[in-house]
Write a protein that binds this ligand. Structure first.
Ligand code: SF4
Length: 430
């Protein structure tokens, strides 16, 4: 979400005539886009603000703007603590920063504020579709900082997706803290399935993904859209966070382990071959060894393709910080995280090894250490071994190619090129 916001703000500055500075501390405008989902991230942001205060004393009239979820609705404390900051803007509030830069530098930002779309977007780009969250999990600061769920209109999103495709984007990922709840606050009411159906019509767009889901809001309609719309990738990130019912209740997740597993079964039944990934917290308040083992049981049972695991950490401002103890020793949390890592390495080694010899499509996304890489529809990272034969054609970034998998590791696959697909798009009828 923050990467996407920074790209949009950067596009606004660029339209006003600003360039990216090589040395950010010497820039006319310094914008710090903050993430405070963890206390350590907030500490990093405040450390940077302290440094900026000193730099500003030396350099004079630099504009300092702070955005992102450090900036909640109540700003007076922040203003007192960091008086050298010129403008505080909440997430996605680009106007105040651009306007101040305009006033100080004699530029008019009014034409740059609507439709901020990344100027040179990555071939696979993000589109935020719903901001904030209404769920209030006890460990999470997001609803307090990013506010309640607010969906963007479908026309705005479709227009943005069209512009991105015109600028070379082939894959869009719809973003939301709880993307499955998209549209419930719009009138007439629409949902994520409707939105995917509309964006699916865009010529030149090849893939659609969405992040992040909540098990209670993943509707049959959304699953049908994943199953039925050819451009929607068969991949779902469904956080479970814990495998024990008492811990889940203390987290206020709104489902039991059994209900979560029923949802997984429903997804697998409806979308054969679906790739499933998840998020898990270890060492939440009071989590015993036995309760942690229940999380491991879920991992063993589902065999997710990827697990984003984090150690629970005290986060001031959350319900858990006020009412629960952060009572699991750091070393225990670390050991549990390592155990999850080991189990996942086993699962991913096994799953990826099964793919050797298979053929599928990969969207080429870039080059790392001289090698082209891309991702499958199931989000597998694939490195391409292209031939050194000078007359053979090498795929370009943004092309979809058919590959044959030759080697595997737990984290990625290696492949030989089979064929470069030349896409034929529908020609609009005049
Ligand atoms: S659903 Fe996600 S973003 Fe919303 S409160 Fe829970 S963890 Fe935070």
């Amino acid at each position: 979400m923050n990467t996407s916001d920074s790209e949009r703000l950067s596009s606004g500055f660029s339209q006003m005539g600003f360039d990216l500075a090589e040395d950010p501390f010497a820039a006319d405008v310094f914008v710090l886009n903050t993430c405070v989902v963890r206390q350590s991230a907030e500490d990093t942001a405040t450390g940077m603000l302290g440094r900026l205060g000193k730099e500003k004393k030396n350099s004079g009239n630099q504009i300092i703007g702070v955005t992102g979820c450090m900036v909640g609705p109540e700003k007076s404390q922040l203003k007192r603590r960091f008086p050298h900051v010129d403008v505080w803007s909440g997430p996605q509030e680009f106007g105040p920063i651009l306007e101040l830069a305009g006033v100080r530098h004699g530029l008019d930002p009014s034409g740059c504020l609507s439709g901020l779309v990344p100027e040179t977007p990555h071939v696979s780009s993000f589109i935020p579709v719903v901001h904030g969250c209404d769920k209030f999990c006890t460990f999470c600061i997001i609803p307090y900082r990013r506010g309640r769920e607010t969906s963007r209109t479908s026309s705005e999103i479709v227009h943005e997706a069209e512009m991105m495709v015109a600028r070379g984007v082939k894959e869009v990922t719809f973003l939301g803290q709880n993307v499955d709840s998209y549209g419930h606050d719009l009138r007439p009411r629409i949902d994520l399935a409707d939105l995917m159906t509309m964006v699916h019509e865009i010529n030149g767009l090849e893939r659609i993904r969405f992040l992040t889901s909540h098990p209670n809001d993943m509707s049959v309609r959304i699953l049908e859209a994943v199953r039925d719309l050819p451009k929607v990738c068969e991949m779902i990130n469904l956080p479970f966070q814990a495998g024990d019912d008492t811990i889940l209740a203390n987290m206020r997740r709104g489902y039991t382990a059994r209900q979560f597993l029923q949802k997984i079964t429903q997804i697998k039944d409806m979308i054969p071959g679906v790739t499933l990934t998840t998020d898990l917290i270890v060492g939440f308040s009071g989590e015993s060894d036995e309760q942690f083992e229940r999380s491991m049981d879920v991992l063993r049972y589902v065999e997710f393709e990827k697990v984003h695991v984090s150690e629970y950490s005290y986060r001031e401002g959350t319900f858990a910080s006020r009412k629960m103890k952060d009572d699991i020793d750091r070393s225990v949390k670390k050991a549990r995280k390592a155990a999850v890592g080991e189990l996942q390495e086993e699962i991913q080694t096994r799953n990826n090894a099964r793919m050797v010899g298979s053929r599928f499509d990969v969207l080429v996304e870039g080059r790392k250490r001289g090698r082209l890489h891309g991702r499958s529809r199931g989000d597998k990272l694939v490195y391409l071994n292209t031939t050194s034969d000078p007359i053979s054609q090498e795929p370009r970034v943004g092309q979809t190619v058919e590959v044959e998998i030759t080697e595997s590791s737990p984290w990625s696959l290696e492949a030989e090129l089979v064929e470069i697909h030349v896409k034929k798009e529908k020609v609009p009828v005049a």
